[in-house]
Write a protein that binds this ligand. Structure first.
Ligand SMILES: *[C@@H]1O[C@H](CO)[C@@H](O)[C@H](O)[C@H]1NC(C)=O
Ligand SMILES: *[C@@H]1O[C@H](CO)[C@@H](O)[C@H](O)[C@H]1NC(C)=O
Ligand SMILES: *[C@@H]1O[C@H](CO)[C@@H](O)[C@H](O)[C@H]1NC(C)=O
Length: 366
């Protein structure tokens, strides 16, 4: 009876409308594109020259008990999404490129990656930590495709049962210019270009056969301890009194998200057969910044667990894992892992909000 009810519910919900993307067990594969927030090892396999600390503990200490190339103490949002769909953790493309094809999906994300091609930044003397931008990742996908399916029909069948995550990507398109002295006013006009790179990737994937896609927006990056340290202000009105986050930076990321949502609406009209969900990473993580103690973040949400001291435990010349950095005893009491990335515990709460809590629209799971 119960099974029947569930079946009727699914038939109703999924055939009569596009109100829910899917159910557990629905997908055979997940393909992910992005940056350090979802990289499960590509940057490490590519050498990790610009951020070598991720090669060693304490990275990975909480869950995997060794460094995997994830920029966290444990699992990332993408790992919790894979768990929710009953799929294995995504292997990094650079680990599978030469081996046998992985039918359950592959991760193309690279820590430090930008949405816009790297040449755009190098032309302005902005030095990135990787050139594996979104277009490079899409190229990897196309390379891999021939090992996954051959005829168009076979590919369409396979990709129809795959979930594509396009992001989060774009944060580094802001991070690196900020590090090289650009101002918010200078970067605001770049938003359409950054979003354009993301929506072009979505179009390309749909043309390649993707049907179910999730496109995340930006996090409130004005809340991470690196920003709070590097862009600190003596003017108290620079800070949101409810969270302590840097307002003007968050306003920029909110603008990016608004722009992205509009562009996704255009894509939905252009590709009515595709299901394109927007994932509100901003809203899902803002809950943590508003009420950190509700989530068990007794160290607050703004101070990094692992870092080189200072009010937010972040120092560019003493990064987590480098000499002179210290590590908190209980990472689960912190939302910010290393000043830039979330702890596993924060990622878990955010993932729950995205998967079950209404922060993805249409919802990711019924
Ligand atoms: C990216 O490409 C540029 C130009 O080819 C090169 O100079 C730079 O070293 C590359 N950066 C990385 C991190 O590979
Ligand atoms: C502080 O910032 C606010 C708005 O961000 C501005 O109006 C005000 O003039 C600033 N005060 C000082 C002392 O710079
Ligand atoms: C950051 O670390 C450097 C080198 O260890 C140190 O000289 C500097 O004082 C630190 N900065 C702050 C703001 O604590």
């Amino acid at each position: 009876m119960k099974a029947m009810n569930i079946l009727v519910f699914f038939l109703f919900c999924c055939l009569s409308s596009k109100s829910v993307l899917s159910s557990p067990g629905h997908y055979n594969a997940i393909f992910n594109f992005g940056d350090s927030h979802s990289d499960t090892g590509n940057f490490l396999l590519s050498g990790a020259l610009a951020f070598p600390v991720i090669k060693n503990l304490p990275y990975g200490e909480t869950f995997f008990h060794h460094a995997t190339g994830r920029c966290s103490d444990g699992r990332l949002i993408i790992d919790f999404i894979a768990e929710a769909f009953g799929l294995p953790y995504l292997l990094p493309y650079l680990a599978v490129a030469k081996g046998s094809p992985v039918r359950t999906g592959v991760n193309f994300a690279v820590a430090g990656a930008t949405a816009i091609d790297s040449s755009f930044f190098s032309a302005q003397q902005i030095v990135l930590s990787t050139n594996d931008s979104l277009n490079v990742q899409l190229g990897w996908f196309k390379n891999l495709k021939s090992s996954l399916c051959t005829t168009k029909q076979e590919c369409d069948e396979y990709f129809k049962k795959s979930l594509f995550l396009v992001g989060e990507i774009g944060e580094n398109d802001y991070n690196f210019p900020f590090l090289f002295g650009r101002t918010i006013e200078q970067l605001r006009p770049l938003v359409p270009q950054i979003v354009g790179a993301i929506t072009r990737a979505v179009s390309m994937l749909i043309e390649e056969g993707a049907v179910d896609l999730v496109v995340p927006g930006q996090f409130p990056t004005g809340c991470i301890s690196a920003y709070l340290t590097l862009f600190q202000s003596a003017n108290i009105s620079a800070y949101d009194p409810r969270t302590g986050c840097l307002r003007a930076y968050n306003t920029l990321f909110k603008y990016h998200n608004k722009y992205l949502k509009q562009e996704l609406q255009n894509l939905r009209e252009q590709y009515p057969h595709a299901r394109i969900a927007y994932a509100d990473y901003y809203g899902a993580s803002m809950s943590i910044y508003r009420t950190p103690k509700l989530y068990g973040f007794y160290g607050g949400a703004l101070r990094a667990c692992c870092g080189g001291g200072g009010p937010y435990n972040f120092n560019m010349s003493r990064l987590c894992g480098q000499t002179g950095s210290t590590l908190c005893k209980l990472p689960s009491a912190f939302a910010d892992w290393d000043g830039i990335h979330f702890t596993e515990s924060a990622s878990h709460h955010i993932a729950k909000g995205l998967i079950y809590g209404g922060f993805t629209s249409p919802p990711l799971l019924s």
